[in-house]
Design a protein around this ligand. Structure first.
Ligand SMILES: *Cc1c(COP(=O)(O)O)cnc(C)c1O
Length: 364
């Protein structure tokens, strides 16, 4: 048996540190917006080379609050990838704006800058790039397009903690507005829900208010805010895990390299990494025209796989009112039909990786 992702083993490996983190919070008697959250915000910002970080309740809220801080709302259009986890679209809908989908570069699965320009209208206010599967999107051309048209560029880095673009960490630089999720299965995962925004001081200050009832001082409310706080317990767990993130990402890199070498010449389409990208391998995604056959074959061999994702956002019932039927985004639809994520995670052993490789190689 090879699990797709063994979260239990990952938690067990850090059991003592996590228990100590929990004890510190219990003994402090302070559970919301205290020193654990403040310290995690400093430590995570430093890790990302970011000007600042604000902890929030989850990755979806991080995107919504970033859009609110940018003043985006009803009547505005926001460009999103046609192939992303639905959260990217939902955040746009939650602020009352319209998600306008753009097809990806089929080699990298990330937003194709050449197609973004064609989707811009007078109502466009922002572009959300997603660093899908832990691979950085091509940020420089996206930034240039955003600047030419006076748009904000927001990065959904829920799958990309620690990734680098042209040597720079995702989240670095005074201008980046980046959203993070600490859902347990992400590269940096809490033991529950969590999220963050990294950004410069103006956006960070607004999101810090928005997450806490629109308030910077108790009982003074400047904005129509939310309750979307990272809690002290999750912040303490994240502080315990952050120092291990680089080593865990390095392990993922080793696993990815082993897959890429072992699966060469199989007829599968393997991940493509541009020379400017340093991915963190949140997922190792392969493609095959008979994806369901391959998944069934691996299941019979005791190997867990997952499809990221089976149905694109525009074909979900939630977005049926937009009237984007089958065939609206053919590249994305083809990707959704053919992708399969192989087991990857910091606890996976070389022996397990080799079992997966052997099983894939035996697939007709
Ligand atoms: C996980 C994820 C999110 C949402 O994060 P939550 O913390 O689950 O709300 C958003 N975007 C992408 C690309 C994700 O993978």
């Amino acid at each position: 048996m090879v699990d797709f992702l063994d979260l239990r083993a990952a938690a067990q490996a850090r059991r003592e540190e996590l228990l100590a983190a929990a004890a510190a919070v219990i003994d402090s008697g302070w559970f919301i917006l205290g020193e654990q959250v403040a310290a995690f915000e400093r430590e995570f910002a430093a890790y990302c080379d970011a000007p600042g970080a604000v902890g929030v309740a989850n990755g979806l809220d991080a995107i919504s609050l970033a859009l609110r801080a940018l003043g985006i709302g009803p009547g505005d259009e926001v460009i999103v990838p046609s192939n992303t986890y639905i959260a990217t679209w939902l955040a746009v809908s939650h602020v009352g704006a319209i998600p306008v989908a753009v097809e990806p570069d089929e080699a990298t699965y990330n937003l194709d800058p050449a197609r973004v320009e064609a989707a811009i209208t007078p109502a466009t206010r922002a572009i959300i790039a997603v660093h899908l599967y832990g691979q950085p999107a091509d940020l420089d051309p996206l930034r240039a397009i955003a600047d030419t048209h006076g748009l904000a560029l927001v990065e959904d880095a829920a799958q990309a903690h620690g990734a680098r673009y042209k040597g720079r960490r995702i989240g670095s630089g005074d201008r980046s507005i980046v959203t993070w999720s600490f859902y347990p299965g992400k590269n940096l995962g809490a033991l529950g829900d969590g999220g963050a925004l990294t950004a410069g001081p103006a956006i960070a200050a607004d999101v810090a208010m928005l997450r806490n009832y629109g308030s910077a001082r108790k009982y003074e409310h400047e904005l129509i805010g939310y309750n979307s706080r990272l809690d002290e317990m999750q912040a303490a767990f994240l502080r315990a895990k952050l120092p291990h993130l680089d080593a865990e990402n390095e392990r993922r890199r080793t696993i990815a390299a082993r897959y890429t070498a072992g699966l060469a010449g199989t007829g599968l389409i393997l991940p493509f990494v541009p020379d400017w990208a340093e991915p963190v391998w949140h997922l190792y995604v392969v493609r095959h025209p008979d994806r369901d056959g391959l998944a069934g074959h691996l299941k019979a061999a005791g190997i867990g796989t997952v499809i990221h994702y089976p149905t694109p956002p525009h074909l979900q019932p939630a977005y049926a009112p937009m009237g984007l039927g089958k065939g609206s985004f053919p590249i994305s639809e083809r990707i959704h039909r053919e992708v399969l994520s192989l087991p990857i995670g910091p606890m996976l052993t070389d022996g397990e990786v080799d079992q997966v490789i052997d099983a894939v190689r035996r697939f007709g």
